[in-house]
Design a binder for this molecule. Structure first.
Ligand code: GLA
Length: 777
């Protein structure tokens, strides 16, 4: 008979819960973990089953074993298992129980992190998009609807995995409660509810699972529950003793574990590829092991965020690339790197015997000759549903999780110089009468675009592509499509007039292979043609023959932006801006004989050609030359930086000098402006920096490194703040969110002691900076 929990729910199928006298155990003991009663150091390798083709799961597990690890650490990604509300899938690529059994077969223990939120640079941090159909939902809080969905999901996860805990003869030693909740909020009641849900479904009176919580050392006290094990997350290069200092003070007898030791880092579109030194990573692990500290290496093998599963970082909107290589010891396609060999040497020191031999490759590498994708269907052939409404609707309101939407309405008559304002997520291309006008890119914090003169009845088309939903911080409630009013403003005889555009037609284009296939095979029809998008934007198809299969890297450099499907498998997003220019195509998804490739390009290619190369290209930026300076990769992360000066300026015209209490040395000066004296967009006419002896530094060689917002209508770019013209000025856009940031690159390192600032020359100094923070780095 199955054991019943207090709630009466039979969490664990009886067949899978043999109780024998030699029952195995895992527990938190005195200053150590205890495996079957004996001291045990967890050496865990984090790898993610959806980021590895199922055919390669065992190979990657063996690679971790041969590296010297004893445990595999996994998240459970809610949104791949419950893609439609209430419909669960734990089969094939989603068969996480099989993944755990493979770990066990290879002598590895497993740590399970079933969220419900996981972060992980994964779409919405693992939460299913359909939660957002309830507009006012409170995610990761005690919202009754959210909690009931969580309960249903955790019950299903436990049905799959609770039979595999160590007490029941399986490999699972620990289960995590939520994920780094401290960077989301302070809510012990919610975290306790998640704990209780896991207990309800994982535990029986005679078999209790070790539950733990992970967080940053600066955060963990906010939500730490007394009855859970606490572990810390930190990266390569961190001061390890310092990371555990507070935990040691609070719980002197607790075992220590770094539950995410970051081996590298993730990449964002438009920013350079991230790497971290191998030596720092290996030294950190060596130090932990020499002190008996357990760890999980995040990531040991990053893999790939196939299809539309890559998330986006915040603050701001910084979508992650498809590759999740992470500069990890085992690279994206499963091969050992320099980090692997160095780490293996170190882990060998701490191994009981000789480490197993490193397995050979799971697949060979092949090249595929260049092919042209000649079979073309315009994007509107992918439309599967159309709706009309007075106001724009989001993807969620249109019942679509991922993809693009074409929005059409009619324009009023306006002479040249009108501005279109939207709140659009994420990549919006604007057409008037079917002609391309420009784009509004959320990555660059853009919200508006000047329109040409329009005639009454001209069709306005907004093609909106959604990228990954934000996976970090409060911004995870990330609706897609147009999310607010669409307005036009224009100066008519000295008055600013605003039109709120209404009466929209929306066409939904889901991002999946079925849609792409249908688009390629359906005869065109006139209704769809009315959506007014140029035909270069669309689906491209070709077939190619292979004599042998193998892993390859599809070069997408000549394409714009979109998705690739090979033999029905979604490989992921590409975007010409880089840094990723190739997509990993696993050999196990290719066939001898004929193969099919379909590309959806929402921008349109320069050349519709693809080839498979034998190496990935993960670090090639192809940024557009734009008048703006808002490339995300140039934006400094000031979250943990200390300003050199901070305060408020006086209102009114004229120069002001802001002295720093200490001289500071650096190449870049960042000026953050949270507010202005009159609430108008920030404006700075001129800036100088003074050296330690009070002299103005030369501004020759100065450049704008980054400006979050620049009003291009009047050509108010960032460089206007140091162009020696007191009448020109940097000005932010009207609707751009504060705080504003201007970063000046002085060309070389300089020592600075003060900043001189001149607001606009006009009466009342419109837009003069009120609060400020200055950073030098
Ligand atoms: C945190 C999260 C992980 C991941 C890493 C960064 O530690 O818990 O899911 O997002 O950051 O890669």
């Amino acid at each position: 008979m199955s054991s019943l929990t207090a709630s009466g729910f039979a969490a664990v199928p009886s067949a899978a819960a043999p109780q024998t006298t030699s029952q195995k155990t895992f527990a938190t003991g005195d200053k150590t973990f205890l495996l079957n009663g004996k001291s045990f150091v967890v050496k865990a390798a984090e790898i993610h089953y959806p980021r590895i083709p199922r055919q390669y799961w065992e190979h990657r597990i063996k690679m971790c074993k041969a590296l010297g690890m004893n445990t595999i650490c996994i998240y459970i990604f809610w949104n791949i298992h419950e893609q439609r509300e209430g419909v669960f899938d734990f089969s094939g690529q989603n068969d996480v129980a099989e993944f755990c059994r493979l770990a066990k077969k290879n002598g590895m223990y497993v740590i399970v992190r079933p969220g419900p939120y996981v972060c992980a640079e994964w779409e919405m941090g693992g939460l299913p998009w359909w939660l957002l159909k309830k507009k006012d939902i409170r995610l990761r809080e005690q919202d009754p609807y959210f909690m009931s969905c969580v309960d249903r999901f955790e019950k299903k996860v436990a049905e799959q995995l609770a039979p595999l805990t160590i007490q029941r003869g399986g490999p699972i030693i620990m289960v995590q409660v939520e994920n780094e909740y401290g960077s989301y909020g302070e809510d012990k009641a919610y975290v306790s509810d998640i704990r209780d849900t896991l207990r309800k479904y994982w535990d029986t009176s005679d078999a209790k699972t070790t539950l733990f919580q992970c967080d940053w050392n600066s955060n963990f006290e906010k939500n730490g529950l007394d009855d859970l094990t606490w572990t810390m997350n930190f990266g390569t290069g961190a001061n390890i003793d310092d990371q555990f200092r507070r935990l040691r003070e609070l719980r002197p007898n607790a075992p220590l574990m770094c539950s995410e030791f970051w081996s590298g880092w993730f990449d964002k579109w438009g920013a350079r590829h991230e790497t971290r030194p191998a030596k720092d990573m290996v030294d950190g692990i060596d130090e932990m092991l020499s002190k008996g500290i357990s760890f999980s290496l995040y990531m040991t093998h990053g893999g790939t965020s196939f299809g539309h599963w890559a998330g986006a970082n915040s603050p701001g909107f910084a979508p992650d690339v498809t590759s999740y290589d992470y500069d990890a010891p085992i690279n994206e396609y499963g091969a050992p790197t320099e980090k692997y060999w160095l780490l293996r040497k170190t882990l060998q020191k701490y191994a009981d015997g000789k480490l197993p031999a490193v397995p050979g490759k799971a697949a060979g590498i092949i090249c595929i000759p260049k092919m042209t994708l000649k079979n073309v269907a315009p994007i509107y052939m992918g439309v599967d549903s159309t709706a009309e409404s007075r106001d724009v609707q989001t993807f969620e309101e249109m019942n679509m999780g991922y993809g693009s939407m074409i929005y059409n309405t009619e324009l009023p008559e306006i002479s040249e110089g009108s501005m279109l304002h939207i709140d659009g997520h994420d990549f919006v291309q604007v057409f008037v009468g079917g002609k391309y006008v420009g784009k509004i890119d959320r990555v660059k914090n853009e919200r508006s675009l000047p329109l040409p003169a329009t005639k009454k009845g001209n069709v306005l088309t907004l093609l909106v592509e959604g990228m990954g939903r934000i996976n970090f911080g409060r911004a995870i409630k990330d609706f897609k499509g147009l999310v607010g009013d669409v307005t036009l403003t224009a100066d008519v005889d000295g008055d600013e007039l605003t039109w709120n555009l209404k009466d929209w037609r929306m066409r939904r284009i889901a991002d999946d292979y079925q849609t792409a296939r249908r688009a390629m095979t359906t005869p065109r029809n006139d209704v769809a043609l009315a959506s007014n998008t140029p035909s270069a934007i669309g689906y491209y198809k070709a077939t190619f023959k292979l004599k042998k299969t193998g892993d390859t890297f599809l070069n997408m450099e000549t394409w714009g932006k979109g998705q690739v499907y090979v033999n029905g498998h979604a490989l992921g997003r590409f975007w010409s801006i880089g840094p990723q220019q190739t997509l990993y195509c696993p050999g196990c998804w290719l066939k001898k004989g004929e193969n099919e490739i379909v590309v959806l390009d929402v921008v349109g290619p320069k050349l519709p050609v693809v080839w498979g190369q034998n190496k990935p290209e993960l670090d090639k930026l192809q940024l557009e030359k734009s008048a703006k300076h808002n490339n995300i990769g140039d934006k400094p992360d000031l979250n943990s930086a200390t300003p050199i000066a901070k305060g408020e300026t006086k209102p009114g015209n004229g120069w002001q000098t802001i002295g720093f209490s200490n001289a500071a040395t650096g190449r870049y000066v960042a000026i953050e402006c949270p507010s202005t004296h009159d609430g108008k967009p920030v404006a700075i006419a001129e800036l100088y920096l003074q050296s330690a002896d009070g002299k103005r530094l030369s501004r020759d060689g100065w450049d704008v490194k980054y400006a979050d917002s620049e009003n291009l209508q009047g050509n108010h770019t960032g460089d206007k703040a140091f162009d020696l013209q007191e009448s020109t000025y940097w000005q932010t856009e009207r609707e751009a969110a504060s705080p504003h940031l201007l970063v000046i690159d002085m060309g070389t390192e300089q020592t600075v002691k003060a900043l001189e600032y001149l607001p606009r020359m006009e009466q009342g100094a419109p837009g003069s900076v009120k609060e400020y923070k200055v950073y030098v780095y």
